[in-house]
Design a protein around this ligand. Structure first.
Ligand code: ATP
Ligand code: MG
Length: 429
């Protein structure tokens, strides 16, 4: 039997990984300017963490989680990053150490969905969580941070920001009633899932991708009319700050998103390029002011977002190639291989990327390999060179060749490699 990767899970081979690294580096550098530092939490968490925080009647919890029992624990491979980070925040009593925390993360998430372009069962998210700041400034700053990352950091245009407010728990309850009243007369026209959830969690109908639900949702009531004064003032503040930052957005009063933990501000970044079809949402986020308390912590407000790395990579322009070796070392006989290894080691200690050809054989094949890799220099070490105590250095681009004393070879080559000023890492070549 031919063994293949699990359906919906992808290999990222080194040629592709260069693009990933470019994106990841841009993310880290960008959010660092806003004060975010990385947190790493386990891939496995107790199932109850997700079922309680994300919500029992969401698609993620009802259908998509990879859950299993082992050694007496009910475990789930994380479908998202917010719940685990919040759990860690509470567990380590982070609020006692600092009033405001800004955390970022990047890593694989797992959801058993039907695979499509931009929809996988193992996929990667990068995201941020901000704890301890309830004001609308935090919301607006986060949205601006994401937009400038996509536009300037990654060169992705054609992005629309969609914005809504869910208000507090009381508003949600009133909105729920309004939605039940609205959808009940057309219950037969809804998808089976939505019919089932109509009473329990009608907000989910608004987030459904089923065309029947989408059609039925068109005239749905707006939650914005139900906001209480404080929630409305918060939302107005977010909008005012976004206007000041020149961030354009569309208020979408039926935006609810697929996770139940949100309160107040909710946002999505959607590509209008058409490249991703039903997978056009590239970033999702919002406030979740009740989660920390719900996990047994103090009352600490929070806001966060997650972006889908695969989807962003589809939209990120430009080629990113793998790094090339500066020096390729070609030992031409058994007697020369040890000396070649030593030269390789000494060059690497000087910060140079080096590959030593250990295959043996003819110079021609080694030069071909050095060319194919895009090496700048090929160092040829044959018996003749060894006897004379030199190395032949071929400048592959300049088509020049000279000899360097073996004793100085590492210093000389390292200097030459540096002189060939390589562009900063991550930049397209
Ligand atoms: P969608 O509506 O596309 O299913 P979602 O609302 O379930 O997305 P979130 O849970 O908010 O998504 O995750 C944030 C981002 O992570 C999404 O906007 C998307 O870019 C990405 N994402 C979510 N699920 C997947 C997946 N199965 N494969 C690839 N990327 C995903
Ligand atoms: Mg989803």
């Amino acid at each position: 039997m031919e063994l293949r990767a699990v359906k919906g899970m992808n290999d990222i081979l080194p040629d592709e990984a260069a693009r990933w690294q470019r994106l990841e580096q841009a993310f880290r550098e960008h959010v660092a300017r806003y004060g975010y530092d990385e947190v790493r939490t386990p891939i496995l968490e107790h199932t109850a963490l997700f079922s309680r925080q994300i919500g029992e009647t969401t698609d993620v919890v009802e259908k998509e989680m990879y859950s299993f029992a082992r050694h007496g624990d009910e475990l789930t491979v994380r479908p998202e990053g917010t719940a685990g980070a919040a759990r860690a925040y509470v567990e380590h009593k982070v609020h006692t150490k600092e009033p405001v925390s800004r955390w970022s993360y990047l890593g694989p998430m797992f959801r058993g969905e039907r695979p499509a372009k931009g929809r996988y069962r193992q996929f990667y998210q990068a995201g941020c969580e901000l704890y301890g700041d309830a004001g609308p400034l935090a919301d607006a700053e986060m949205i601006e941070m994401i937009l400038s990352l996509l536009n300037q950091g990654l060169g992705i245009g054609n992005i629309e920001v969609r914005l809504n407010s869910l208000g507090a728990a009381g508003t949600r309850a009133r909105y729920r009633d309004a939605l039940v009243a609205y959808f009940t007369p057309m219950k037969d026209k809804l998808s089976e899932d939505s019919q089932r959830r109509l009473e329990k969690n009608p907000l989910r109908i608004l987030d459904s991708k089923d065309p029947r639900d989408r059609e039925a949702s068109k005239g749905a009531p707006s939650i914005l009319e139900l906001l209480d004064e404080a929630d409305a003032a918060h939302f107005a503040g977010v909008r005012r700050h976004l206007d000041a930052l020149d961030v354009r957005y569309i208020v979408d009063p039926t935006l609810v998103r697929g996770l139940d933990y949100y309160t107040r501000t909710l946002f999505e970044f959607v590509t209008t390029s058409g490249d991703l079809g039903a997978q056009s949402t590239v970033v999702g986020g919002g406030r979740y002011d009740n989660m920390i308390e719900g996990l047994g912590g103090p009352s600490v407000p929070a806001i966060g977002f997650a972006m889908g790395i695969e989807r962003l990579l589809t939209l990120m322009p430009g080629e990113v190639s793998r790094e090339r070796p500066a020096v390729y070392v070609a030992p031409l006989s058994d007697a020369c291989t040890s000396r070649a290894l030593v030269l390789g080691r000494d060059l690497r200690a000087r910060g140079v990327r080096v590959e030593v050809d250990g295959r043996g054989g003819r110079l021609k094949a080694m030069l071909r390999r050095a060319d194919a890799l895009g090496a700048k220099f090929c160092v040829i070490l044959g018996d003749g060179e060894l006897e004379r105590g030199v190395a032949s250095v071929k400048d592959l681009a300049g088509h020049k060749q000279d000899e360097v004393p073996l004793a100085d070879a590492a210093d000389v080559l390292a200097a030459r490699a540096r002189a060939e000023a390589s562009p900063p890492p991550g930049e397209a070549r």
